[in-house]
Design a protein around this ligand. Sequence first.
Ligand SMILES: CC(C)(COP(=O)(O)OP(=O)(O)OC[C@H]1O[C@@H](n2cnc3c(N)ncnc32)[C@H](O)[C@@H]1OP(=O)(O)O)[C@@H](O)C(=O)NCCC(=O)NCCS
Length: 261
Amino acid sequence: MKGRSDAGSIHLWFGDVREIGPEPPTEPAAGLTPFEHQRWSGLQLAEARSRYLRRHMALRTLLGGWLGVAADQVALSWLPSGKPLADHWQDGRRLAISLASREDQLLLAASWGGQLGVDFEPLRPIPDLNSLAQMALHPAEQRFLARRPTAQRARHFLRLWVRKEAVLKAAGVGLNWDPRQVNVLGSTLRRSGVHVRLAAAETANWFVQDLDLAADHLIAVSTDDQRRPVVVQRWPATAGAEAAPATGRRRLGNARSGLPG
Ligand SMILES: CC(C)(COP(=O)(O)OP(=O)(O)OC[C@H]1O[C@@H](n2cnc3c(N)ncnc32)[C@H](O)[C@@H]1OP(=O)(O)O)[C@@H](O)C(=O)NCCC(=O)NCCS
């Protein structure tokens, strides 16, 4: 079975779901979970529904190619919170997955064991940055942002935001947790990742690292333990294409941070 190698690594796919497979059906295909049906039917716009189906078909194609099973054999489920789970196991470790999307772009992460959270944002100007920062950032993060040169603030805000969403997804709480209570600035682990504690009573730390996958996007991945190697998987360009052979993979070196420790 593919996907068995690199135990402990985080595998990442990042690309345009329109490049994978045919046009999505207008109605959910067999194999979608009741949770997905409910989510799909709750979407108002036809475009959003179509994107949801395409994304969730692509998810199965990517994971199936990597695991070496047909797409319809990929066993997924969702917790009521919205956190995705995979019912695939290796040496007693469950396959952890996390995803983020924007329009037709999808970021998918998978690893054996542990918890995972990913997020990405395109680098862009943010006109209402001050009010967004007040709604989304921890007081220490707001002070940090206020000290940055104006021209760099949007990048710093987006960097903090993707770190924050990655941690909240790994923890499975999403934005049900007040993002202003989460400080992802870090203190000592400059450039190699940041330990984050969600609540004072929590004993476990979450760990989040920045990734340089694309120059025009900010990307972060969070785990519930120390930093793990990240393997970038080739994005398949045709329907049912298989994941990259070992030689086609790019292993990321050090995590990069645009923020100080
Ligand atoms: C999780 C959350 C932060 C994602 O934010 P977003 O910027 O809108 O969307 P992203 O593309 O970054 O991430 C969406 C993916 O995160 C995952 N996700 C959703 N809730 C999650 C949670 N609590 N924990 C981990 N992952 C979660 C899902 O797989 C989702 O993709 P899908 O809808 O295609 O299945 C946000 O949706 C949230 O917390 N919402 C509040 C809780 C909520 O409404 N939950 C939905 C219950 S059905």
